[in-house]
Design a protein around this ligand. Structure first.
Ligand code: 13P
Ligand code: SF4
Length: 361
């Protein structure tokens, strides 16, 4: 068995067992890489059976993880729904720590593992539960809508969670339920500004940023347009509004995948984390992906090796104080209980409404 970085043998039996996965990923993975990856994939898939475990893999995982060992793949919303439904004894979160916490909140009796404790998130670390308590004092009576990219502590102070796939729907639902015309939407400033342009509900926002998406700007989009005039440009709503104003489509990672798979554009630019394009490219060979992407250093902490060792040694177990988890569950469950959006959420009004202000705390 592999431990640390000792390579495992690429035997004919492993070659046979992993061939369908190779056929899928071979345009994104080199044969040399595959000889190291295939034995780990085979070992991980055997360990999953042995331990009654499932792997929830986010769209930003690399292709050998996403296509090789992920039992459920998707955006943050889909993974939270899968965690809630899962009857496995163990959940391995191939994603970042806040996603593993969400799984633990929803499945308190299961063992939830995160393969690397350093897989954090700049949005999740931008705000604490104490910050949210202060915000609530400043805006009494307004519902707190929190992006799932937050710690359980923050979710415990939250009325209802959202993801980029349902943020507009959740904001409008919260305003209706609380009978108010403004809501607190934290911690992503850019998501909040982009949501504000889709709704008449007033938004109070926090100055958190995704370190991957904040780096794109309007000039990048104009350069891309000039260099690739026929390409469809798609962006994640964690990007600044000036980016979304210039693109053909904006939506969650799942919505962008759906857009490419349905329309099969000849050339596409995905303004998001790099692995998204690699994963979709495995399923859409006719589309050419231009890659001005940024890597998320936190997502990239998760590798086949750390997943393998996580399953083998039951590490690292995600624990949450039950009192916090119970309160956080209410906020996540309220989101899960909402009907899934009929169509993937999109951010079409970005271009139409240029003067929507948000209150930045
Ligand atoms: P999605 O919810 O669109 O998957 O994106 C969340 C994200 O940025 C995870 O890092
Ligand atoms: Fe957080 Fe951004 Fe990385 Fe997603 S891509 S985990 S929002 S830092």
């Amino acid at each position: 068995m592999a431990d640390g970085f000792a390579p495992m043998a690429f035997t004919p039996a492993i070659d046979d067992a992993t061939r369908p996965i190779w056929d899928k990923v071979k345009r994104q993975v080199t044969p040399l890489e595959w000889r190291l990856q295939a034995p780990l994939i085979a070992a991980i898939n055997a360990l999953k059976k042995q331990k009654n475990a499932v792997i929830l893999a986010h769209n930003y995982m690399t292709p050998e993880i996403f296509h090789g060992v992920g039992d459920f793949v998707g955006d943050s919303l889909a993974l939270a729904r899968e965690a809630a439904r899962s009857d496995a004894a163990v959940i391995v979160q191939a994603g970042v720590h806040f996603m593993a916490e969400t799984s633990k909140v929803l499945c308190p009796d299961k063992t939830v593992l995160i393969p690397d404790l350093r897989a954090g998130c700049s949005l999740a670390s931008s705000i604490t539960g104490a910050d949210v308590r202060l915000i609530k004092q400043r805006y009494p009576g307004l519902p707190v809508v929190t992006y799932v990219n937050t710690t359980a502590d923050v979710k415990a102070e939250t009325d209802i969670c959202c993801t980029s796939a349902n943020a507009v729907q959740v904001v409008e639902h919260a305003a209706r339920e609380w009978g108010v015309d403004r809501v607190i939407l934290i911690p992503d400033e850019f998501l909040a500004r982009n949501v504000a342009r889709q709704t008449t509900v007033g938004i109070i926002a926090w100055k958190g940023r995704c370190e991957v998406h904040e780096r794109f700007d309007r000039a990048d989009m104009l350069e891309l347009r000039a260099a690739y005039p026929d390409a469809q440009i798609l962006a994640h709503p964690e990007c600044p509004s000036e980016v979304l104003e210039e693109v053909d489509f904006a939506g969650s990672t799942a919505a962008m995948t759906d857009y490419v798979m349905r329309r099969k554009p000849r050339q596409v630019v995905l303004i998001t984390e790099c692995s998204m394009a690699d994963n979709i490219a495995c399923d859409a060979p006719e589309t050419e992906f231009v890659r001005p992407c940024n890597l998320c250093p936190h997502m990239k902490r998760i590798t086949l090796q750390t997943i393998h060792d996580s399953l083998l040694y039951d590490r690292y177990v995600v624990e949450i104080d039950p009192a916090i988890a119970d309160r956080a569950r209410l906020a996540v469950q309220r989101m899960i209980d909402m009907p899934p959006p009929a169509t993937p959420a999109r951010y079409d009004l970005i271009k139409a409404r240029h003067h929507v202000d948000v209150d930045l705390i």
